[in-house]
Each structure stands twice: as structure tokens, then as C-alpha cells.
Design a protein around this ligand. Structure first.
Ligand SMILES: Cc1ncc(COP(=O)(O)O)c(C=O)c1O
Length: 437
């Protein structure tokens, strides 16, 4: 069994003590504007690292594919999760090396693998027999995780309909990989984004635990890695549990894994969502069937795209005070689906008023379009790490290869929430529909 210490008390989410002066930022940089605070990203990373001690955190770049975000998480010691060549370009731009990175797309073209290998990534994911056969060409240069599907009725975006093999198919796929020399080093899963409870994680960990043990008992190659994916929730409406509470049962499930199992996670939303605020301006107003409509200069084809793809409503505030009425906030395009919020209680707004939307970091600008030939919203970065500071060397070392060479993570019981690692040698130092992401 792995031994996990109790985490240190989870720090409160580090939103700035006082918000910046949004109006003056808009006066200076224009509207609409997204404001990314790298300090919040760092605080989220530390909170999750404290809640999941001993787990190697790979930031899922797709949530907020910004160089500044990658740079600041790299400085915290984060590893990275990618699924495309464009994400490799972002890592390059941020000065992050390949060995901190895993490529997790279960379905990829040989040229995608070649691009990742050229960059230096050596860990990939497969989830079916065709993909295993496709990877035979790369078997000497790459190692793999097998993705298992665990459907998640309580997650906002179920990511296990499109990807992952059935648990009952794991043994057969492991046997096929072994026969063709494709090295499967462990299992992975994603129980769905914005999980309502930790139950799906716990169920998936326990199920993978049983598969890992059964495979070992049957004399199979040791499955030394379990990647528990993303899904760690944030509070859009103030109702989500703290990350410490959410992760407590997950830690207990992880402690039941065979000793020496290396555990990865791939958080996207939890790190990114609270780090960005959307600022937009009322550019028009009308009364439609007795309901006030306010038209903004950003909408669901832009930064509020997560309203469609991610099924998310963002907490919205305005500075104006007064009696409120159920109102509609609409975006700037000609499409009637472009509605940001309905039945939202608002005082009477005036043209030129600022609308502030919090928790806009994850799956927002990432999926924005240029419909109606409108420009995508500018991102203003606050507390950007200095480019002269090189990303900190990770607590854990680099890729899967070095992980295996260096032994498994050891938890220092005297220092809860702190990770240390055994050194090998002195030389090495959505309706629950499937997300379209
Ligand atoms: C493979 C993979 N890993 C990680 C993530 C990030 O998930 P989350 O934002 O729920 O943490 C995603 C999200 O789509 C994903 O597809």
C-alpha cells in the first residue's frame, strides 16, 4: 500500500485581497478585456498540490492555452499535459522542456507522435487495439498509458463516452500490447470535467487498483503508473466543496494502491478557472416583451464560449446599484444563440456600463471563435513571472522515464503536503453531454 500523509490545511483560494480597478484597466486597455492573474494560478496549483500530496500535477494546457499561464505554472514546478502540436508550440514559447510533459490524446496520427517525439515527449496514451497497432512503429522510442473509460453522470462534461476502453477489455489490450512490444507502463482515466463529487474518482481508482493487482498476479508487466486525469471542481456558484474536502476520499483511495505506484493528475479547470476575469461593456439596450436586454461587446462566440461548450454560467457583477429586474445579457453577434445570461437580476444598466464576469479562466478564450469577423478578446496578464527566471526544476524530475529510473515519490511524513523524491544517484539530480473539447 502507498502511504499518504494528511495534507496540510488547505490554503484559502488566493484571490487578490482587493480586485484590481476594472474600470481603469478597461480605460487603459480597451473593452472587452480578459484579465489573467498569474498569482491566482500559482495559488491554485499550491492548493491542489497540498490536497494531493505525492501526486504529480500535469497542467492540461487546453483549459487556458496561454504562454504566461504555462510559465507561471512551470515556476511552481508543474508538469504539463498536451494533446496537439499547437500545445507543443506553446510549451516551446514558454521555455518549458519536453520531459515535463505527457501527450494524452488517445487517437493520434503518426505525424502527431513524430512531432511530440521530436520535441522530446516520450509518454503517450492509447485506448484501443487499432491505436496499439499504430504505435508499434514507435515502440522503441515511446511508452504508453492505457486509458480506461468510467462514465460520469454527475460531471458537467463526461469525457468517457468518446475515449477509454471498457474495464473488461483492459487485460486483452494489455496482452495485445505485450505481444507487439508496445510498452504499457500504467493506466489512466478522466472521470469528466467539473465533477460534482469525488465518488467517480474513488470508484475509478479502486477499479484500476484491482486491474493493476490482477495483472501483476497473472504475471503481466508491472503497471507502475496511475494517471487520475482532471475533473477537480471549482466553485462557480459558491457551492463546491473546498479542494481539500474534495480530495480527502481520493487520497484514501490512492493510499490503497500497490506500494511504489506513481500517481499523476491532469488538472485544467481547477488551476485556470479562478485566474481570469472577463470585462465587457454594455453597447446597447432594449426592452423585449417587457424584459430588459443589454447587449455586450463580448459573447458566446467569444470569451463566453464556455456557456455553450462547457455548459457554464459565470458569476456576473455590475457596479451600478438600484432595484433589480430579471434581465438578459446578450453578446455582440447577429446570432440569437449569442446570449450570455438570462433571468439575471440586474439594476437598470446604461450604455457604457462595465460588466464583470469572474471565474473565466477555463475553457473560455480557449474555445472562442471569430464569428461575424469580430476579434477575439485581448488578454491582459497581471503578475506575470519574469522571463529571466527559469522555470523551477520540478520536485519530481522530468518525464515518465526519469520517474521510473528515479524510483517512486516518497512522502515525507514530517512535512505533510511536501513532496520529496528518492534520488537514484548523485549524478541525477453535459444534459451531461460529451464535451466537444
Ligand atoms: C485528457 C484530458 N486531461 C485533462 C483535462 C482537464 O480536465 P479538467 O479541466 O476537468 O481538470 C481534459 C479536459 O478536457 C482532458 O481531456
Amino acid at each position: 500500500m502507498r502511504s499518504f500523509p494528511a495534507p496540510s490545511p488547505v490554503r484559502p483560494m488566493a484571490v487578490p485581497v482587493r480586485d484590481p480597478d476594472w474600470s481603469s484597466l478597461v480605460a487603459r486597455h480597451g473593452s472587452p478585456l480578459l484579465v489573467l492573474d498569474c498569482g491566482v494560478l500559482g495559488a491554485q496549483y499550491r492548493a491542489l498540490a497540498d490536497a494531493l500530496p505525492g501526486v504529480r500535477l500535469h497542467y492540461a494546457i487546453k483549459a487556458l492555452p496561454e504562454v504566461a499561464a504555462i510559465e507561471s505554472l512551470a515556476q511552481q514546478g508543474a508538469h504539463f499535459e498536451i494533446a496537439s502540436e499547437g500545445e507543443i508550440d506553446l510549451l516551446r514559447a514558454a521555455g518549458v522542456g519536453p520531459r515535463r510533459t505527457i501527450h494524452t490524446h488517445p487517437i493520434k496520427r503518426p505525424r502527431d507522435v513524430v512531432a511530440a517525439l521530436r520535441f522530446g515527449v516520450t509518454t503517450f496514451v492509447v485506448d484501443n487495439a487499432h491505436e496499439i497497432d499504430k504505435m508499434v512503429a514507435f515502440r522503441d522510442r515511446a511508452e504508453f498509458l492505457l486509458r480506461v473509460s468510467f462514465r460520469s453522470p454527475d460531471a458537467r462534461c463526461d469525457l468517457s463516452r468518446k475515449f477509454g476502453c471498457q474495464p473488461g477489455d483492459v487485460e486483452g489490450l494489455l496482452a495485445r500490447a505485450a505481444k507487439s512490444g508496445v510498452r504499457i507502463e500504467g493506466l489512466c482515466f478522466h472521470v469528466g470535467s467539473q465533477s460534482a463529487t469525488p465518488d467517480a474518482h474513488v470508484h475509478a481508482i479502486d477499479a484500476c487498483n484491482a486491474m493493476i493487482r490482477a495483472h501483476a498476479e497473472a504475471g503481466g508487466r508491472r503497471l507502475a503508473v496511475l494517471d487520475i486525469g482532471g475533473g477537480f471542481p471549482v466553485s462557480y456558484d459558491g457551492n463546491a466543496p473546498s479542494i481539500g474536502e474534495f480530495c480527502a476520499p481520493i487520497r484514501r483511495a490512492l493510499s490503497r494502491l500497490p506500494a511504489g505506484t506513481s500517481v499523476f493528475a491532469e488538472p485544467g479547470r481547477f488551476l485556470a478557472a479562478p485566474a481570469m476575469t472577463g470585462l465587457s461593456t454594455v453597447i446597447g439596450k432594449a426592452e423585449r416583451s417587457g424584459i430588459p436586454w443589454y447587449f455586450l461587446d463580448d459573447g458566446v462566440y467569444g470569451s463566453f464560449s464556455g456557456r455553450i461548450y462547457d455548459h457554464t454560467s459565470y458569476p456576473i457583477t455590475v457596479a451600478r446599484r438600484g432595484p433589480t429586474r430579471a434581465s438578459v445579457l446578450a453578446g455582440p453577434t447577429c446570432d440569437s444563440i449569442d446570449v450570455v445570461a438570462e433571468e439575471i437580476a440586474l439594476p437598470e444598466l446604461e450604455i457604457g456600463d462595465l460588466v464583470v464576469a469572474k471565474m473565466m479562466g477555463a475553457y473560455t478564450s480557449a474555445s472562442a471563435t471569430r464569428f461575424n469577423s469580430l476579434p477575439t478578446t485581448k488578454i491582459l496578464v497581471l503578475n506575470r513571472p519574469s522571463r529571466t527566471v527559469r522555470p523551477a526544476r520540478s520536485t519530481y524530475g522530468d518525464g515518465l522515464g526519469s520517474w521510473r529510473r528515479s524510483g517512486s515519490v516518497r512522502i515525507d511524513p514530517g512535512s505533510p503536503g511536501r513532496h520529496t523524491r528518492q534520488r537514484p544517484s548523485p549524478q541525477r539530480a453535459r444534459s451531461k453531454r460529451t464535451s466537444t473539447r
